[in-house]
Design a binder for this molecule. Structure first.
Ligand SMILES: Nc1nc2c(c(=O)[nH]1)N=C([C@H](O)[C@H](O)COP(=O)(O)OP(=O)(O)OP(=O)(O)O)CN2
Ligand code: ZN
Length: 144
């Protein structure tokens, strides 16, 4: 293919899992409001999840390597951006981002998005972050 012809583009996804505990509690609500809104998830001693994270890139398939990004490279970025700050941690006490906002899955996707953008050499390739808090509770974020 010539230099001016765009290569086919595709979506590339890598999955990782990490374990963490948290408590749903908003500093912007009273204790009673927190209890009312978050129910059992507001329990003072918290609870844990085995989070599953899917990070998806969207970009051109390089015609020489046949890859958008080497999965090994993506794995390194995800370890740095996701595992290092959150695996086996208390999200509310160990991760500064959650000192000022509740550790909902929605906010988790935004944190992961920001972290990935900060470590990737080509951040423009990041397309979607999808987090499974449980098998049934799933949030995805595309930087909108
Ligand atoms: N919009 C959101 N709502 C809730 C979130 C969230 O992140 N975003 N998170 C929670 C809790 O963290 C909680 O741990 C969820 O637990 P649970 O409701 O028990 O989830 P399950 O899907 O495993 O349980 P079911 O048996 O399917 O009810 C709450 N809300
Ligand atoms: Zn929870």
């Amino acid at each position: 293919m010539g230099d001016n012809v765009r290569n086919p583009r595709a979506y590339q996804t890598r999955r990782i899992t990490f374990s963490a505990c948290h408590r749903l509690h908003s500093p912007y609500l009273t204790d009673d409001e927190n209890k009312e809104i978050f129910g059992k998830c507001n329990h003072i001693n918290g609870h844990g999840h085995n989070y599953v994270v899917l990070v998806t890139l969207f970009g051109e398939i390089d015609n020489k390597t046949g890859m958008i990004m080497n999965m090994t490279e993506l794995k390194k970025y995800m370890e740095e951006a996701i595992m290092k700050p959150m695996d086996h941690k208390n999200l509310d006490k160990d991760v500064e981002f959650f000192f000022t906002r509740p550790s909902t899955t929605e906010n988790l996707t935004i944190f992961i998005w920001n972290q990935m953008k900060a470590v990737m050499e080509k951040p423009e390739l990041l397309y979607e972050v999808k987090v499974f808090e449980t098998e049934n509770n799933i949030v995805k974020y595309r930087g909108e």
